[in-house]
Design a binder for this molecule. Sequence first.
Ligand code: FES
Length: 166
Amino acid sequence: MDPRPAPFPTLLRAPGTTPDGPFEPVLDVADLPPGAMRRVSRGDVDVLLANLPVGIVATDDRCPHMSAPLSIGELDGCVVACPLHEGRFDLSTGETVQMPTTGGIDPDGVYRPTWSPAGRDPKTDPPGKKAEARRLTRVRRLRYYPLRIADGRIEIVWPAIDDEGA
Ligand code: FES
């Protein structure tokens, strides 16, 4: 089947982007086979391209927990496992599948406690600011960059920036 953009929830469009463009080429489709992930960057914006069973998506290459690069995580179907803290996220919906081990506030605003993978001793929360920071860290839903495929290339819309020269 020809590669195609995956639909994403309209409300989760990345801030500063518009659905109608301008689209700019970022990668040849041939360089993103099924099951692959790649990072593309402009300035300080890092975007994750992923070829999922439902199509190709462009989302932030920053874990919605503590910003680790999801592009070096493990992709299983539509779900990527973050290289830090065991968080797992559905790249097709933007939803959290598994909260990070550090716990925190989930996308619906509900506090989730720390946890440990099976077979490992439970971690005790360090006292003081660190525990407070963990408790107050919100894991939000992923955001998406509008994407299309033209002439064998993946094109996305970058966020507009005020400084044209940046
Ligand atoms: S940075 Fe990804 S789960 Fe913590």
